[in-house]
Design a protein around this ligand. Structure first.
Ligand SMILES: N#Cc1c(-c2ccc3ccn(Cc4cccnc4)c3c2)n[nH]c1N
Length: 265
């Protein structure tokens, strides 16, 4: 997967050199490219913002730098005369004719969920537009939508100062779903909101050695070697955690008959 991130704070993404994502980049599983939006400004102060039409507080990001940046970043992935126009190559990286999906974090976006992460993880090429100030001139997304899919996404019902931390969240959530990113020891399958018997339930408690620690014991069932009993215990604990922390999820599952609440085991 190729990921392009356009931002006025490229250094914000230093964490993408670390840990699983850093290893995935080194292994060629992820191709993450950072772009400083100010590279597409032409005035002495590298201006990227201006006052909002219609008045109001704060500043709005100007459309021109964004338009030029997206043209440059996406144009670089566009077919050249001597290449085919296959949208992506057999290994899933974008081919010369590919166009990316533009992801624009914004407080007014549609909710980012694990299911959406799963869908985005199947894309060969994502471009993230990290806004600041009061947001990006709305014509930027409208212009981009003329030539690529555009998704406005929100990671939660709170207001950040810009799109960078949301982009980090989305990139990490999506990247860990890519084959080869998580080692065998970790698996995205058992995540909260995963599919299967634990579908959309919160993860229950987890334990490791030592079995006794500061007078606190690991639940004996986890040491029993009885995998059936362990699975039943884990589902029960997931249901308890979900009922306690996210009762609305449980109600939805009960209505959909998906939590196996009616199971007798
Ligand atoms: N995803 C996401 C977000 C953001 C977010 C994302 C991009 C930008 C760019 C600018 N701002 C600041 C801003 C913009 C508008 C009004 N008020 C503040 C951002 C906030 N906040 N909360 C989320 N869940």
């Amino acid at each position: 997967m190729r990921i392009d991130i356009i931002t006025i704070f490229p250094d914000y993404f230093a964490p993408l050199e670390l840990s699983l994502i850093g290893k995935a980049r080194a292994a060629g599983i992820l191709d993450i490219r950072l772009h400083d939006l100010r590279s597409w400004t032409h005035d002495r102060h590298n201006t990227v913002d201006d006052t909002p039409y219609g008045g109001g507080p704060g500043m709005v990001m100007k459309p021109e730098p964004w338009g030029e940046a997206l043209d440059a970043v996406i144009g670089a992935g566009r077919a050249t005369p001597d290449q085919g126009s296959s949208p992506d190559t057999p290994d899933g990286t974008p081919g010369p004719g590919a166009v990316p999906r533009l992801v624009v974090p914004t407080p007014s976006g549609t909710p980012f969920t694990q299911e959406r992460a799963r869908r985005l993880s199947e894309e060969p090429w994502l471009v993230f537009a990290c806004g600041r100030y009061e947001g990006i001139d709305s014509r930027v997304a409208a212009d981009a939508a003329r030539r690529m899919p555009v998704e406005e996404v929100s990671i939660g019902d709170y207001v950040l100062a810009g799109g960078e931390s949301a982009t980090l969240v989305i990139v990490e959530t999506v990247s860990r779903l890519l084959p080869g990113v998580l080692g065998n020891a970790e698996s995205a399958v058992q995540d909260s909101f995963a599919t299967g018997a634990m579908e959309n339930l919160l993860e229950g408690p987890v334990y490791t050695k030592p079995a006794h620690w500061r007078g606190l014991e690991v639940p004996p069932v986890l040491l029993s070697g009885d995998h059936g009993a362990v699975d039943r215990w884990r589902r029960h604990e997931a249901l308890r955690k979900t009922a306690r922390n996210r009762p609305e999820l449980l109600r939805a599952l009960a209505e959909a008959g998906m939590a196996g609440l009616d199971r007798r085991d």
